[in-house]
Write a protein that binds this ligand. Structure first.
Ligand code: NAD
Length: 455
């Protein structure tokens, strides 16, 4: 089906009202779960072919995450869908006020390649739970996962409800030419800007899940053993190709030698002496990204890793010391297994420097001092993050996940996913039993009363 026809087809179906009942939404979510369960082995194989992702990583960061999101949506959907009664002021005496939860309609989801399965389907859970139809475009850089998604969705869903359109930027642009009721985009900042510009022509609402340079700050009073383990895990999972991976490390001078030595040990504990050929270690998605990352290895002083194998596009977990903000590695989001290290004496320097750059998607601060933790949380703006850990905030369904400023617009996960795909419609249900006259001009004492009520 042509893209234009597919969108029309979904719109016609949407206006049959079929997607709105609870029973229909529950059926779609169950379909999604059954679809994933049926294809679990093929999903693991596709992720291995695309990214050399291990079964452990595929399950923990892609498949398992989706199951828990579906379970949470199924458990709470009835409650989320209910019109919500809100307070009514005295000026509205006799009436009742509600929020009606309304689907947007026909939605477009554009996905990236780094968690190509999870990041394609996690927003779909919110979209279907909220009663929308979905056109999904997976990333062309992970072709195995993309074609598997197409095959699975074809088998399990009516294209009037949920369809996959495969393709590259050109196809994505063609999709963006259509009139959707909501666009949910996950990807880079430059493409996010294109999406927002295209959406603005129809004033289509957008959710943008973007990236950026996420700082990881280790202060002098941090628990260094745990900091090293948790930073190494957060940085090198999926070979650093994680939107919320620690992008760079900012360490207090007095603890730097000790932290770096513990970090090197933590890398060995995770991936052994020869990480390039460890089955638990992901590869770089393609040659273009491998070459881009290789350029960064010329910056600063190499203190760990640095080995590469271009045949399998793999780069070792790497640490670069003596880095400054002028280095190439500090200009853009790294999105690979290279950790540059910056040093600070006073936390104020870090605050000033982070403020001087775009608001990051995530930030991680390691310290035992609660006052300083609060200082960081209050002074720096970022999407979300952790104190004394990395990545973990993304896996809590009770925490909305998203960026701020250049790192994104809007958020999702758990109830926030339902909300992202729902328009909350404010409704007053007025009584016809009487009609308070004070709203009409020219009533005796009317204005006096209004002035009192509106205080
Ligand atoms: P990308 O922006 O290059 O591509 C994302 C999607 O947009 C793909 O489906 C691609 O086909 C499409 N696309 C590419 N160019 C386009 C264009 N000119 N017009 C329209 N569509 C276009 O991003 P990527 O390389 O796939 O992913 C990496 C980026 O995504 C990183 O910046 C990362 O931080 C970010 N990311 C963010 C999150 C998050 O949840 N915030 C999650 C994963 C990745």
């Amino acid at each position: 089906m042509r893209i234009h026809d597919l969108v029309q087809h979904q719109r016609t179906f949407y206006y049959t009202e079929s997607t709105k009942p609870f029973s229909f939404r529950r059926e779609q979510l169950n379909n999604l779960r059954n679809m994933i369960e049926e294809h679990e082995q093929s999903i693991i194989e596709a992720l291995y072919k695309d990214l050399h992702k291990s079964e452990f990583e595929s399950y923990t960061t892609e498949i398992g995450f989706l199951y828990s999101e579906i379970t949470s949506a199924l458990k709470n959907l009835k409650e989320w869908m209910k019109p919500q009664k809100v307070k009514t002021p005295l000026t509205h005496a006799g009436s009742k006020s509600y929020l009606y939860q309304e689907p947007y309609g026909v939605t477009l989801i554009i996905a990236p390649w780094n968690y190509p399965f999870q990041l394609a389907l996690a927003p779909v859970i919110g979209a279907l739970a909220a009663g929308n139809t979905v056109v999904l475009k997976p990333s062309e850089l992970t072709p195995e996962t993309s074609s598997l998604l197409k095959e699975m969705v074809n088998k399990w869903f009516d294209p009037a409800v949920f369809a996959v359109v495969e393709g590259d930027a050109e196809v994505s642009q063609e999709l963006l030419e259509q009139r959707f009721d909501l666009i949910f985009f996950t990807g880079s900042v430059p493409v996010g800007k294109i999406v927002m510009e295209k959406a603005s022509r129809h004033l289509t609402p957008v959710i943008l899940e973007l990236g950026g340079k996420s700082p990881t700050i280790v202060d002098e009073d941090a628990n260094l053993d745990l900091a090293a383990k948790r930073i190494a895990w957060g940085k090198f999972t999926n070979a650093g190709q994680t939107c919320i991976a620690p992008d760079y490390l900012y360490v207090q001078r007095s603890v730097k030698p000790e932290l770096l030595s513990k970090l090197k040990q933590a890398i060995k504990d995770l991936y052994g002496e020869d990480p390039l050929y460890n089955e638990e270690y992901s590869h770089i998605v393609n040659r273009r990204h491998f070459d881009r990352l290789s350029e960064y290895l010329n910056d600063g002083e190499l203190i760990a890793g640095g080995e590469r194998d271009e045949d399998i596009t793999a780069i070792e977990p790497t640490i670069l010391d003596h880095i400054s903000w002028k280095d190439a590695v500090m200009q853009d989001e790294i999105f690979g297994p290279i950790l540059p290290v910056l040093t600070f004496d006073d936390l104020g320097e870090v605050v000033a420097e982070v403020r001087d750059h775009e608001k990051p998607l995530a930030l991680y601060y390691f310290s035992e001092n609660e006052e300083k933790q609060e200082e960081i949380l209050s002074k720096l703006s970022f999407g979300g993050g952790c104190i004394n850990d990395t990545l973990f905030h993304v896996a809590n369904p009770h925490l909305p996940f998203g960026g701020v400023g250049q790192s994104g617009v809007g958020s999702y996960h758990g109830k926030a996913s339902f909300d992202a795909f729902t328009h909350s419609k404010g409704i007053v249900k007025q009584t016809t039993k009487f009609d308070l006259s004070i709203r009409y001009p020219g009533r005796k004492h009317g204005l006096k009363l209004i002035k009192k009520l509106l205080k």
